[in-house]
Design a protein around this ligand. Sequence first.
Ligand code: SAM
Length: 187
Amino acid sequence: MDAVLVLLLIFVLILLIMAVFLVLTLGIRIRTMALYGGAPYVASTHSSINNALALANLSASDRFADLGCGDGQVVLAAAKRDVAEAVGFEIDPLLAREASKKTAGYTNAKIIRTSFWEADLTRFDVVYLFQIPYAMPRLEKKLMSELKPTARVVSNGFKFPNWKPTASQGTISLYTRAEIPKTTDAA
Ligand SMILES: C[S@@+](CC[C@H](N)C(=O)[O-])C[C@H]1O[C@@H](n2cnc3c(N)ncnc32)[C@H](O)[C@@H]1O
């Protein structure tokens, strides 16, 4: 009977240690992403990726970027649609490595392990992002100051504070650089 009790206690202790480890790693990850000014990793669903790429109306000459590309699934989907260039920016080294592996067979795909805040976005025609509410005002400013007038932005889940979407489908909103309000343009 005593032995059963000891085994039970050990089992409960192991469960507790595992739970603490899980909470700590998840908490550290969320705090780290907050430090980098972006969202923690959550994968876009297949339907949101399809909606985003359809709304963006990709063409063969488009240069595509995913800001915070996670495991690279959106970059891969864009690369498979034969865009000129599909680039993923990712701060998390493990995710960046996974994304590089996932897109390795595609010469038009590239994963860059860096903060998207440091990235030069001037050459991109289409930008995809699945970020977090606190990042949206700063992202709006960056995109407004760097993107060319013909560029399109597809945001999963979250909207920009000033910029009005030109279309939406499911969780995806499409923005066109040409539609930026004049008041915020000057900001
Ligand atoms: C919600 S996930 C989206 C992943 C992927 N784009 C998708 O839709 O499946 C957000 C991603 O942004 C990354 N991230 C957060 N802040 C970042 C930053 N400053 N620079 C680059 N990546 C960042 C996170 O590591 C995470 O992989």
